[in-house]
Design a protein around this ligand. Structure first.
Ligand code: TYD
Length: 134
């Protein structure tokens, strides 16, 4: 359910010298198996456009901002990520699209699984059909 998807606060240590945010073992409900990041994304580009069968992902706007459209097949929700100490945990079975990247935006992704193309559902029709199957 997209309603249950909330931003998670990342603990931070504030300091006049600059802030430090820490993602530790207990911050996420899985052990991180892969880290990747999107950067130099043109403002008119769309990223994502898929769901995952097993992989969960935690997205953080390390810099700048972008929007994530979450879709559980019934409802949609648009979330703006624009803080380095707030992340979005996307469970399995959620169609996501990323858009409206600001200049200089960096989207960090902490994934629960290694990259496997077989884990992706890349067409919306297949995504909808996968929900009926389960
Ligand atoms: P894609 O899933 O389309 O990116 P996004 O969902 O962020 O828009 O991935 C783009 C390409 O990068 C595609 O050929 C798969 C490849 N890729 C990897 O090789 N490893 C990875 O961890 C990821 C996320 C993508």
């Amino acid at each position: 359910m997209v309603d249950n998807i909330k931003l998670i606060e990342i603990p931070k240590i504030t300091d006049p010298r600059g802030n430090l945010a820490v993602i530790e073992k207990d911050t996420l409900p899985y052990e991180v198996q892969r880290v990747y990041y999107l950067y130099d994304v043109p403002s008119d580009a769309y990223r994502g456009g898929h769901s995952h069968k097993e992989c969960m992902e935690f997205l953080v706007a390390l810099s700048g901002s972008f929007e994530v459209v979450l879709d559980d097949g019934t409802s949609k929700k648009r979330v703006t990520l624009n803080k380095p100490n707030k992340g979005l945990l996307i469970p399995t079975g959620i169609w996501r699209e990323l858009e409206n990247f600001s200049s200089g935006a960096v989207c960090l992704v902490l994934a629960s699984h290694e990259y496997e193309e077989e884990d992706y559902i890349r067409t919306y029709d297949t995504f909808k059909a996968s929900l009926i199957d389960t």
